[in-house]
Write a new protein. Structure first.
Length: 228
């Protein structure tokens, strides 16, 4: 899981950006005040990216950027209503890696996040967790958690199936293709086996198993997994 520190005092924008980042599979730590953000100065290496608002009510983003760069090389993406060329130049001179003026398109923000990750190599690592809605799957322990509560422990095959869905998110996968990849041609159960696994996933991850948001049946073909 890729960790992002989001420092934005506008509550609605903070929540919207967080939700969209989480839908892309990122883990987000939300901060609303510059003074609170300052406490992360010695923990920046725990994050792959900092998204930083310039105009904070107590400590400015300019000052935070300077202090952060004294301690860490973690990339910083400025977001600000101060969108003049001189503002952007100032941010980059302070050590920021990118600058996005408000109001911005969420798709552009997500693209810049991805580009920064690729540039620094931060997002090339194999994820250690998968996020499905408000539930997290730990790929080491196979545990499914909601907050601090462990809801279930998956089998290796269930985890393999979830990883396959994440790798092909938004694509329609036939039952035969799923069986070939996850079970292998030498251990070929019936296609009904997939249906049973999906049923269990819906019970565990969907808020309403009868109206799934993530695990969709494609009649006569197979399944499609979506995070939106």
């Amino acid at each position: 899981m890729y960790n992002i520190l989001l420092i934005e005092d506008e509550e609605t924008l903070n929540e919207v950006v967080t939700m969209n980042l989480q839908l892309e599979g990122y883990r987000v730590e939300q901060v609303y005040k510059g003074s609170d953000a300052l406490s992360y100065r010695d923990k920046l290496d725990d994050f792959d990216l900092v998204i930083l608002d310039v105009m904070l009510p107590d400590i400015s983003g300019w000052e935070l950027c300077e202090k952060f760069k004294e301690k860490s090389t973690t990339p910083i993406l400025f977001v600000s209503a101060k969108g003049t060329s001189s503002d952007k130049i100032k941010g980059l001179k302070l050590g920021a890696d990118d600058y996005l003026a408000k109001p911005f398109d969420l798709e552009e923000l997500l693209l810049r996040v991805q580009v920064l990750g690729n540039r620094k190599g931060a997002f090339g690592k194999k994820p250690t967790t998968l996020l499905i809605g408000d539930k997290e799957v730990n790929l080491s322990t196979f545990e499914v958690t909601h907050g601090k509560n462990v809801l279930a422990t998956l089998s290796k095959r269930e985890v393999d199936l979830l990883e396959l869905f994440f790798e092909h998110e938004g694509e329609v996968l036939s039952r035969e293709t799923i069986l070939d990849i996850v079970w292998g041609v030498d251990k070929y159960p019936t296609t009904r086996t997939i249906d049973n696994y999906i049923l269990q996933f819906r019970k565990l991850f969907e808020h309403d198993a009868r109206a799934p948001k993530y695990f969709h049946s494609i009649r006569g073909v197979g399944y499609k997994f979506t995070l939106r």
